[in-house]
Design a protein. Structure first.
Length: 391
């Protein structure tokens, strides 16, 4: 009796994987796992129902809290952005992969499977976790080089109830942090995206009057919205709704995938845009110039590892340790104005602020301006020496 555990989304690719794992790969038992990382409830329900009709055994796991605490909050602390991408899909994959491994170990499975293609990043993010075990790894989509047409025919033939269209339509991946839309006509980077691809965000031009939101941070992460304390999952979900109504957080990026392929990726991420803007602003108030400059390099290295799914690399832990140390003072309130697609920080305060109104103002202060005279004499000193040697 050979058992395989499959990361299941409910979509065409992973649905087709279930019979394929039996027919072509000779597994006797296919166990599916749906990971709830904040997709719409209807999507989770549909996937769960479909899995129960197709698989031998099924698990739907609510991973939302773990996703926020273990991946999204660390990403806020790291100002997590890869080429302008807020990393939603990238951050979810390691968590999903780890849960698949846990299920596989608990049922004594022989293999782990995913439905990723051979062109994207997700195969790498899944397998870097899968291959840390001694289990076999199966990737039918990649292995069989399947086309969408073939999959649709095969699904119809096997009576798999998948809502599919033969028109080339975009592929969507969404979770609490971002919704990504790629493929179909969007593959031409010179095509202006039609409004209908967007589901989380209002067309910015049609968004309502401005609205101010207040976020409170502690240890670098948001703890309350408009004065109401909230757990991370609720706060992000609520901010997605508020920001989405103002058309905030759309992006259209040319992205360098890990393999080197350039891809055109469109995203919606209202909460991420608001939280990352607020966090970065608060850091500028409380961290020293040296910390800010150095942390920007650490953040970039962190985001690159997160994008590649290398969260078990020792460097990821090293960088995270530095980032966490800096976040102890990242506490305070930030107000943003949401208006027609933009989220602008308009006010901030912190008990750890290094900013001093008294010192910087032009009025009477404890700074004796004459003290700066000596400093000024040596500013640019070496450049003047060079100029002299050239005369
Ligand atoms: N480019 C992003 C990433 O690699 C998102 C991919 C999402 N997949 C999709 N079918 N829309 O993380």
């Amino acid at each position: 009796m050979k058992t395989v555990v499959l990361a299941y989304s409910g979509g065409l690719d992973t649905s087709v994987c279930i019979p394929l794992l039996k027919e072509r790969y000779n597994y006797d038992r296919v166990i599916t796992v749906v990971a709830d990382v904040g997709q719409p409830a209807s999507e989770i329900d549909d996937a769960t129902k479909r899995a129960k009709t197709l698989a031998d055994e099924h698990y739907t796991l609510d991973l939302k809290n773990e996703f926020v605490d273990g991946y999204l909050f660390p990403s806020i602390k790291a100002n997590g952005l890869y080429e302008g991408y807020v990393l939603g899909t990238a951050l979810a994959r390691p968590l999903i992969a780890k849960k698949i491994v846990e299920v596989a170990e608990s049922v004594n499975a022989d293999a782990l499977a995913h439905g990723c293609t051979g062109k994207g990043n997700d195969q790498l993010r899944f397998e870097v976790v899968f291959r840390a075990t001694d289990l076999d790894v199966v990737a039918p989509m990649r292995d069989m080089n399947l086309t969408r047409e073939w999959e649709i025919d095969y699904a119809l033939d096997r009576g798999i109830p998948v809502p599919v269209s033969r028109e080339k339509i975009w592929s969507v991946d969404e979770n609490l942090w971002s919704r990504s839309i790629e493929g179909g006509e969007l593959e031409d980077p010179y095509v202006i995206p039609p409004e209908e691809i967007y589901e989380w965000t209002t067309t910015p031009a049609e968004a309502p009057d401005p609205e101010i939101v207040k976020l409170t941070f502690e240890n670098g992460v948001p703890i309350s919205l408009n004065g109401t304390a909230m757990d991370g999952v609720s706060l992000i979900a609520k901010l997605n709704r508020i920001g989405g109504a103002h058309g905030i957080g759309r992006s259209d990026n040319i992205e360098d995938r890990v393999l080197g392929l350039k891809a055109r990726e469109i995203y919606e991420h209202p909460a991420a845009t608001i939280l990352l803007s607020a966090h970065r602003d608060l850091e500028s108030l409380v961290l020293t110039r040296g910390e800010l400059r150095f942390k920007a390099m650490v953040d970039a290295a962190w985001a690159e590892l997160a994008y590649m799914g290398l969260v078990d690399d020792p460097l990821y832990a090293d960088l995270s340790a530095f980032i966490n140390e800096t976040q102890k003072r990242v506490a305070g309130d930030v107000k943003l104005r949401l208006y027609k697609g933009s989220a602008t920080v308009v006010a901030r305060r912190s008990d750890f602020a290094l900013y001093s109104e008294e010192l910087v103002s032009f009025g009477e202060s404890s700074i004796n301006q004459k003290d700066s005279e000596g400093f000024s004499k040596y500013h640019g000193f070496q450049a003047r020496l060079v100029q002299k040697t050239m005369k």
